[in-house]
Each structure stands twice: as structure tokens, then as C-alpha cells.
Design a protein around this ligand. Structure first.
Ligand SMILES: [Zn+2]
Ligand SMILES: [Zn+2]
Length: 242
């Protein structure tokens, strides 16, 4: 009887507020618990099949490393491995947008298992003792109410038993990176972070967590700060790779 009443309740809710696909807007079926319709779900794609061994971007012409990570440059990076669960395309962008700006934080329940899968495909990252979410500035945090990277890190923690720690604080309220060139992005993000938990991360391997990886300038800057504070190894795991 209880089950039946719940079904009726869900049906009435569905009639009043039909849930729609976050990407294309089509009505989702009554029993659909996800955020995308079947068609948009099919369009989600992980990077590859061949990816850069360091930064994880898709290599169209094969090889081991992309131009940015090749040769002597490889040794200069503080973030040794970057992996992303999904390529940045229309449906994955719609999910990130829903999570970040429309405050559907339960989208993290969908994204975190995909990130977990990516983590398991890169076993060297499993040595990590902590997840460290990429922080947002306190002004932005106040406006949004949450840090989307922290929501993802919390979800990943419950999937893996690797704890997360807010070891970084953003001290510079950087302008949006979207319209900047690669060089400007690196400059914009410079000295934007400080490590607030040096004791905890000392000699530890950590995994930075973020929703979107663009030029990886942000991840590299975070890794620089963590390494300087004593971290042994810094990896990064993102929901999407732009
Ligand atoms: Zn759709
Ligand atoms: Zn690369």
C-alpha cells in the first residue's frame, strides 16, 4: 500500500513538474531518475581512445604526449597526472552548468561514479591519501552557497574511502578564465592559492578535484602550492576536460 501511495505521489509530482533533460529540454520519462534523456546520455564520451599520458587530452594523431607535455617540459610540471571522466561537449557542459549555476548538487551523484571509474583506470593515483578540491574564492562561495569541486570530492570520498581535505584557500578572486589566452590564464591564476593544511598533506600523495579542466593552469598552480607545502605527489581528477 505504501509503495502504491508513493507511486501516486510521484505521478502527481510528475504531472505538476515534469522533469526535463538538462541538455535538450525534452521531458524525461516518469521513472527516469537521471538528468539526461537517453539520446543525450549516449553523447557523453570519455577522452580518448588515445590520450596524453600526462594531461589526459585526446591525441588525434596518436603518440604518448601532447605538444604541451612533450620532452623536457614533462619534468617541469608539478601536477604529474591529469585525468578527466568526460570530454567537454553539449551534454557534459549542461551537467556542469546544472551543478554549478542551477545548484543541482545531486548531479555530483551522477558525475562522481564516472570520475571513480577513471580513477580505477589509473591505479597509480590510488596511492593518494587525500582528495583536495580546487577552492573557489569566499565571495563566490557566499554567492553560490557551495564549492562544486568540494561536492564532487565529498561524493568521491564516500565511493572510495579516501578522505577529502580543503587544504587550499583561494586568496585571489580571479576573473573568469574563459576569454583569456593560455598565457593570460597562467598569469591570471598566479599566486591565487595558499595551502592552509601543510601539516596534514606533508609527504602525502593527493588528488586535486575539479569540475572542469581547461588549460590545466589552475591545476598546475594548485599543485605548485601543494608541493611547496610538502606534498609528495599531486594528481588531478576532473569531471570534464575542455
Ligand atoms: Zn536530451
Ligand atoms: Zn598533455
Amino acid at each position: 500500500m505504501k509503495k502504491f501511495l508513493l507511486k501516486i505521489k510521484n505521478f502527481i509530482l510528475y504531472l505538476l513538474f515534469p522533469r526535463t533533460c538538462f541538455n535538450c529540454g525534452v521531458d524525461l520519462p516518469l521513472n527516469e531518475q537521471g538528468f539526461l534523456c537517453k539520446e543525450c546520455l549516449k553523447k557523453l564520451k570519455k577522452p580518448g581512445p588515445i590520450i596524453c599520458q600526462r594531461c589526459g587530452i585526446t591525441l588525434k594523431d596518436g603518440g604518448a604526449h601532447c605538444f604541451n607535455c612533450r620532452g623536457s617540459k614533462l619534468k617541469t610540471f608539478k601536477c604529474s597526472l591529469i585525468r578527466s571522466a568526460l570530454d567537454f561537449n553539449e551534454p557534459s557542459r549542461a551537467l556542469i552548468h546544472g551543478l554549478k549555476y542551477e545548484k543541482y548538487t545531486n548531479i555530483a551523484n551522477f558525475l562522481a561514479p564516472l570520475m571513480h571509474k577513471t580513477l580505477l583506470e589509473n591505479p597509480q593515483m590510488l596511492e593518494a591519501e587525500f582528495f583536495v578540491p580546487v577552492p573557489i574564492h569566499k565571495k563566490r562561495l557566499k554567492k553560490r552557497g557551495f564549492n562544486q569541486a568540494e561536492v564532487l570530492a565529498r561524493e568521491l570520498s564516500s565511493l572510495t574511502n579516501i578522505p577529502y581535505i580543503n587544504a587550499l584557500t583561494r586568496i585571489k578572486n580571479t576573473k573568469s578564465q574563459t576569454k583569456l589566452t593560455k598565457k593570460q590564464r597562467a598569469e591570471n591564476i598566479k599566486e591565487a592559492f595558499i595551502c592552509t593544511s601543510p601539516k596534514e598533506i606533508k609527504k602525502k600523495a593527493v588528488i586535486l578535484i575539479d569540475d572542469v579542466c581547461t588549460t590545466s593552469a589552475t591545476l598546475e598552480e594548485c599543485a605548485k602550492v601543494l608541493k611547496k607545502a610538502g606534498a609528495r605527489e599531486v594528481y588531478a581528477l576532473c569531471a570534464t576536460k575542455e
